[in-house]
Design a protein around this ligand. Structure first.
Ligand code: CTP
Length: 417
């Protein structure tokens, strides 16, 4: 994918990647590749032990920059000349971070280029630990991590699973996607820290019989993007989602899976009381079968066709709008014609603070696509067109607009009292 298609805080950043001597070092190649694909300029620093697992040549080829591993040949003749790496760095990530490197830094030992650089760097430093479960659980390692956390260093928790040493448990290096998300997170301003945002996404599904169902083409991508970016910006997020093929947006976003509209309503109502903002991106089926067949409907010879008897599902958003109190309620409108007119009608009818209008007839945007083009309409009738952009970026613009609505609504309430 072209790097311009990413919505990322990593573009044009100077990123230092420190690699310590652990078996997970081979996975760091993928991390460096992903960072360069996102437009970051990556400089790799390796310890001597790391070079027992992977070669500097791999990282030099992927990053396009010389790899530093010898403390006594500091950058002589390299294209960044005498400028020290710690001066140009925007962020540093140590992946894998071994018990050894964590222990050294926690105790002030700087005996190679990597540990020296960590101590000389003032920009955020993220440790991505990977080690044997017993080592991870040892009091010494945990004390060192707590000491470094207190000193302002960032840490990720290792993932659980099979470890290279034959053990099973916590100690695996987190996935490249999770590391990248954490790095984006570190660069992102936490401007939604006081909000508790309930988001719905994906399609709902209504069963006709044990085999067949009524559903729609929603992939969930837009709602998942809003959940991810809202959490990145510091909000406390809960996602209620219909069945999608997507992984949860982030490890720290509680994600509740539902199937039918009735199940979605139940999950939404459970979390609605606590929420300050609700964003309903889900495509809810408006009808369900009046009576569900417990057995598969058989095809009968000579029969032209069958008729499904449908009944109305509850309109979850309308119910939220009615009972919203001080909450901000945002809906979506999927329209094939008269976009603004139909969306405005839904906004008014469902008592919303904002609606995101989607023209579903345009190809390459909307359903299942990684991009979207929408129009935002607020309760005063003000509209804002958002051109075709990656869904993460559209999500961020929607959240900017939500922030403006919050500010306006809370100011009006303050003035009242
Ligand atoms: N919605 C909902 N419950 C329903 C139907 C829709 O909560 N039973 C919500 C959707 O999550 C979305 C908004 O209402 O935020 C608009 O959904 P949309 O399908 O565009 O419109 P409908 O209200 O269903 O109207 P229509 O199908 O006639 O366009």
């Amino acid at each position: 994918m072209d790097q311009d298609n990413f919505y990322t805080m990593l573009k044009n950043r100077e990123i230092m990647v420190g690699i310590a001597g652990g078996i997970a070092a081979y996975k760091t190649a993928e991390l460096v590749r992903s960072l360069t694909k996102k437009g970051a300029n990556v400089h790799v620093v390796m310890t001597k032990n790391a070079m027992e697992f992977v070669t500097p040549l791999t990282f030099q080829t992927i990053s396009g920059n010389p790899v530093i591993y010898n403390m006594f040949e500091l950058l002589a003749g390299s294209k960044i000349g005498h400028i020290s790496l710690s001066d140009i760095a925007d962020q540093m990530v140590i992946a894998p971070a071994t018990a050894n490197v964590i222990g050294k830094v926690a105790n002030g030992i700087a005996d190679d280029f990597l540990t020296t650089m960590i101590m000389a760097t003032v920009v955020p430093i993220l440790f991505v630990p990977s080690m044997n479960t017993k080592m991870w659980e040892s009091k010494i390692v945990q004390d060192n991590i707590n000491k470094l956390r207190d000193a302002g260093y960032e840490f990720m928790e290792p993932a659980s699973g099979d470890l290279a040493c034959g053990w099973e448990g916590k100690g695996r290096m987190p996935t490249v996607e999770d590391i990248l998300e954490k790095m984006e997170d570190i660069f992102t301003e936490k401007d939604l820290v006081n909000e508790r945002i309930l988001i719905t996404a994906g399609p709902t599904t209504e069963f006709i019989d044990p085999v067949r169902c009524i559903t729609n083409r929603s992939s969930g991508k837009m709602g998942y993007a809003i959940a991810k970016i809202a959490r990145r910006r510091g909000a406390d997020v809960v996602l209620v989602t219909g069945r999608t093929a997507l992984p949860p947006p982030r490890i720290d976003v509680p994600t509740i899976m539902v199937t039918t509209a009735a199940e979605m309503r139940e999950a939404v109502m459970e979390h609605f009381t606590r929420a300050t903002v609700v964003i309903k991106a889900a495509a809810v089926a408006d009808y369900r079968c009046k009576s569900q067949n417990c057995q598969k409907i058989k095809k009968r010879h000579g029969e032209e066709g069958i008729t499904l008897d449908l009944s109305r599902n509850p309109d979850i958003l309308a119910e939220l709008g009615e009972n919203k109190g001080k909450r901000i309620v945002v809906g979506f409108a999927a329209e094939s014609n008269d976009l603004i007119e139909h969306a405005t009608e839904k906004l008014q009818k469902k008592n919303l603070d904002m609606i995101v209008a989607n023209d579903i007839t345009q190809s390459g945007i909307g359903f299942a696509s990684d991009e979207n083009e929408v129009t935002l309409i607020d309760s005063t009738g003000r509209t804002r067109h958002v051109p075709r952009l990656p869904k993460d970026e559209v999500a961020s613009i929607i959240l900017d607009a939500v922030k403006r609505v919050i500010k306006k609504k809370r100011k009006v309430e303050d003035d009242w009292y």
